[in-house]
Design a protein around this ligand. Structure first.
Ligand SMILES: *Cc1c(COP(=O)(O)O)cnc(C)c1O
Length: 496
């Protein structure tokens, strides 16, 4: 079966997987969605015996049907190799009754590595398949983790350049250092005087700027996206939810066919959408628990059916979730309104003109798969501390949001379904906040790196290489621009 993709906002043209990966965003401003969701077609007990790489091939080949077996297997082999510090790639560990799916064993110690390790290979392969000869310029807005993971993936990949925009003052010091020290002659990092939504909106605008694209084309460049709007990010993220289920099956924690819950700390709605697709593919999933921080626009949406971004943007200790416009929600909206691109386009128009939209009762009825929750800073920190005191296991502040929301969900619903918690970052990446949660008396007067040493001691875990590297790596990127100057900066970088 061939799977084609179409835009959430246009009814006409369908594209292949490789075309969707190359362009990132559809020219009408919509996001590409698979026309049909392929089904898991082997018993889960068979999938449970596969390595991560084998399972990745099984799942991804169902979506990327215009890739040859050889092409896809090569991409997978290049992505999921010794860049990951464990052969399991994404291990599940059981602590205090919940199953933590550790997605932070890659090069930049955040879950973005799971997809961004493979995206560059998918993109270069897609360029070859479609006869693209221009250099691909990846434009990325980041709330902290995507930018670094994308650069790690694209650094020195021939035929590509990558430009990353991040909110000046809106990322953790470690995140900032990770980006500012990025190596590679084709990598560019620009801080902006604005927040993540400003960065994302400006990047989307450049994607839709036909004049700018023509100018770039003249100089031999074309844009693409490494943000989670790209299906080349979404599909690789489905793999680890199936893999988590398989690990629980293999460990005898569940029996074949048992349902699990999946809790995801959510920002742009990409990671949880992948879990939703896993469920649509036939993975036995009960509830998808969408965990937000104090920027609880999604919680309110699941409560009321109204998405309203008109509110204050709150800087929290889970910065990668400080988002008020969750781009990937558009894909869910499209599916729950019966794959109706006209309706979806109307909602998105309302969002951009009025800052909000309200879904119909019929659509709301289809959100039964989801449970929305949010946690405050205090609840997050208390949960991290509680888990640490009970088990010695330390989680980061993003995983902490999922943890707090899940524990409150169990208190409220008494649901005993085995639950996977997506662990989206290593605690070392957010050491200051994590120490603030588990041992606040140690904070005062200490630098980030001293706190990392303490974290290593308290958690009895060696420091990841990603941290060791930035202790000494020279800072290479220092540019800061205003939001209105982002396009000009791109042209300057490209010499256009
Ligand atoms: C990006 C990110 C998230 C949010 O994921 P989305 O796919 O944007 O919902 C959560 N935690 C961490 C650590 C992240 O980097």
């Amino acid at each position: 079966m061939s799977v084609y993709y179409k835009s959430t906002r246009g009814n006409t043209k369908t594209v292949t997987a490789s075309e969707a990966i190359l362009t990132g965003l559809s020219p009408d401003g919509g996001l590409y969605v698979p026309i049909e969701i392929p089904q898991i077609d082997k018993p889960l007990s068979v999938l449970a015996n596969m390595s991560y790489q084998e399972l990745a091939y099984d799942i991804m080949s169902k979506f990327f049907t215009d890739f040859t077996e050889d092409e896809l297997r090569k991409c997978i082999a290049k992505a999921y190799d010794t860049k990951f510090d464990t052969e399991a790639i994404a291990p599940v560990v059981k602590k205090d009754g919940a199953y933590y799916l550790e997605l932070f064993h890659g090069a930049t110690i955040a879950f973005k590595d799971m997809a961004l390790s493979i995206l560059p290979h998918l993109m270069v392969t897609s360029a070859g398949k479609n006869g693209v000869t221009r250099d691909i310029v990846i434009l990325t807005a980041t709330s902290g983790d995507t930018g670094k993971a994308a650069m790690a993936g694209f650094a020195d990949v021939p035929g590509t350049k990558i430009i990353v925009f991040y909110p000046h003052g809106g990322v953790s010091n470690i995140q900032r250092l990770q980006m500012a020290t990025q190596r590679g002659d084709n990598t560019y990092v620009v801080a902006i005087n604005g927040n993540f939504d400003d960065a994302q909106t400006a990047v989307k605008k450049m994607f839709n700027d036909k004049e700018m694209q023509a100018e770039l084309a003249d100089k031999g460049f074309q844009f693409s996206s490494a943000n989670s709007i790209n299906v080349g990010r979404l599909v690789p993220q489905i793999v680890y939810y199936v893999y988590a289920y398989c690990q629980m099956l293999r460990a005898g924690e569940i029996t074949e066919g048992d349902k699990i819950n999946i809790t995801v700390p959510t920002g742009n709605f990409g990671n949880i959408l992948a879990a939703y697709y896993a469920k649509q593919m036939g993975l036995p999933v009960n509830k998808l628990i969408c965990a937000s921080n104090e920027n609880k626009v999604l919680f309110d949406f699941f409560q009321t059916g109204e998405y309203d971004r008109k509110r204050d943007f709150i800087l929290t200790s889970s910065p990668s979730m400080d988002i008020l416009i969750s781009s990937n929600l558009e894909r869910l909206i499209y599916h729950i309104c019966g794959n109706d691109s006209e309706k979806t386009a109307e909602f998105m128009k309302e969002l951009s003109s009025d800052g909000k939209y309200c879904i119909t009762d019929d659509m709301k009825a289809q959100l039964d798969d989801f449970y929305g929750g949010f946690a405050t800073e205090e609840e997050n920190f208390a949960g991290i501390k509680d888990l640490y005191e009970k088990t010695g296991y330390v989680i980061d502040t993003h995983t902490g949001i999922a943890n707090a929301v899940y524990r409150a969900y169990v208190d409220k619903t008494k649901d005993t379904t085995p639950t996977v918690i997506a662990s989206t970052a290593s605690p070392f990446k957010f050491a200051v906040s994590v120490i603030g949660a588990i041992a606040p008396d140690k904070l005062s007067g200490r630098t980030d790196f001293e706190l990392i040493d303490i974290l290593s001691e308290l958690s009895a875990t060696p420091e990841p290489y990603a941290i060791t590297d930035i202790r000494t790596a020279p800072v290479r990127h220092k540019t800061v621009v205003d939001v209105c100057d982002m396009a000009a900066e791109v042209k300057k970088i490209l010499g256009v």
